[in-house]
Design a protein around this ligand. Structure first.
Ligand code: B12
Ligand code: SF4
Ligand code: SF4
Length: 369
């Protein structure tokens, strides 16, 4: 059967490539396999406790997943160019990484859905993947000519850099392949030097145990040394993206609507329902809103507003133990040790967890001085 151009095929079926989207195609079967690399990363415990693609690397990293597939399509959505970045930071505000300021997976999934509908009408078989544990989304990015994998591990394209979300479609349709191009980071290592925690000290390998983006989604207790490096981040981390030259624009475009900044006190004072609704697209362990409050307490400890200690003292009695330890930390690192210990004495004088926490915070502070 003759191979056809995918863009023309979609156009003939009434679908044009929307602005901010890129497509790349590879003929299948195609010999690309990331299973061993994902397994190597897992064996070094770089996955921390995450399952995702690490649960079954032999399958998630496999390129030739379906005997019936004749083509693989990589879809990329540039979520940056329309709105730009927000750099402003005020005391008491936390920062959301660009990819999460709203649900940017929605337009990507919608476009993939539209392509799928056309395949259905044309009796073509297909399987789609977006952020799915069964498929490593960066797998075909280089082979279809969209760009390269950078030292930050991000998939980068000229003019867009890392600011893109990815999806994949396997299909029985026979489409013309794109050829891979030869790009690389060259001598650049700005992502590595701008990462606050050293999570990408080894180029092309990310150690999630040190990654802020991981910790702000983790159900585990965040280590003291990571808490300070989180700074005012409330969800996600963009430091290795903002530093990446291929993603920097000639004109700095600042976001008109400030959706990347959140008032941290509002978050701490919100009820569970409101919080889960406001951040509905975030990955929140067990959908427990206390993890959002935890993130807010860390960001507030690092970026407090004037007299924040008064609000924290009021909130302390109504918080769970899990949150109280972060209230104590935020007070300690801002030199309100006496206030922290008085709160424990008043409300939790028999609570061993919190008494022990005060002791380890004392040690942490004394080691610093
Ligand atoms: C788990 C996960 C995370 C984890 C771990 C990240 C990671 N690098 O693995 C955490 C929570 C830290 C995370 C963070 C982020 N994530 Co995430 N995440 C995923 C997920 C679910 C799986 C990734 C995976 O399989 N990792 C396995 C490891 C081993 O892969 P890897 O790090 O890419 O490693 C490769 C290289 O090391 C390479 N390699 C090894 N040696 C060498 C040597 C050379 C020379 C070369 C070229 C390559 C190379 O081999 C490995 C396999 O190919 C994917 C969705 C999916 N299903 O694929 C999204 C995904 C990777 N995340 C995404 C995003 C947007 C982010 C964040 C930007 C969000 C944010 N702002 O906070 C950050 C970016 C952090 C970063 N620098 O990567 C996008 C990335 C899009 C892009 N342009 O690359 C994805 C693809 C989701 C999507 N569908 O768009 N994420
Ligand atoms: S997301 Fe942040 S912490 Fe993670 S590797 Fe990038 S800069 Fe480092
Ligand atoms: S900052 Fe430089 S080294 Fe890092 S991914 Fe971007 S181009 Fe590559």
């Amino acid at each position: 059967m003759e191979e056809i151009n995918l863009i023309n095929f979609l156009k003939d079926n009434g679908l044009s490539l929307p602005k901010y989207f890129q497509l790349g195609v590879k003929k299948s079967p195609f010999n690309v396999d990331a299973s061993i690399k994902i397994l190597e990363s897992k064996n070094k415990n770089f996955n921390a406790d995450m399952k995702f693609t690490f649960s079954n690397p032999e399958y998630s990293g496999l390129g030739n997943k379906y005997d019936w597939a004749n083509s693989v399509i990589l879809i990329s959505y540039d979520y940056f160019s329309e709105t730009g970045l927000n750099y402003f930071t005020f005391p008491g505000y936390g920062h959301i990484a660009k990819f999460a300021e709203k649900n940017y997976y929605t337009p990507l999934k919608q476009f993939i859905e539209e392509i799928s509908e056309i395949f259905k009408v044309n009796n073509l078989k297909f399987e789609t993947f977006v952020d799915n544990p069964q498929h490593y989304d960066r797998l075909f990015f280089e082979s279809v000519g969209l760009g390269w994998q950078g030292k930050s591990t991000m998939s980068l394209s000229p003019g867009i850099g890392p600011w893109q979300l990815l999806g994949t479609i396997y299909t029985s349709g026979q489409f013309v392949s794109n050829t891979g191009k030869s790009f690389s980071c060259g001598e650049c290592n700005l992502c590595q030097s701008s990462c606050p925690t050293g999570a990408i000290d080894s180029a092309y390998n990310l150690d999630s145990r040190k990654c802020i983006s991981y910790w702000l989604q983790s159900p585990e207790i965040v280590p003291y040394e990571i808490r300070e490096k989180i700074g005012n981040k409330f969800y996600g981390c963009d430091d290795c993206l903002t530093s990446c030259p291929p993603g920097q624009k000639n004109v700095i475009q600042l976001s008109k609507e400030n959706k990347q900044e959140v008032n941290l006190l509002n978050i701490l004072q919100s009820n569970d329902e409101d919080l889960l609704r406001e951040f509905e697209w975030f990955y929140i362990p067990k959908r427990n809103p206390d993890y959002l409050r935890r993130n807010a307490l860390i960001a507030l400890g690092n970026n407090p507003f004037d007299k924040f200690e008064i609000n924290l003292s009021e909130l302390y009695p109504i918080f769970s133990n899990q949150l109280k330890i972060y209230v104590l930390w935020a007070l300690y690192i801002n030199h309100y040790e006496a206030l922290a210990t008085s709160l424990v004495k008043k409300h939790d004088s028999k609570n061993k967890v919190l008494l022990d926490e005060c002791e380890s915070l004392e040690n942490m502070i004394s080691q610093k001085n």
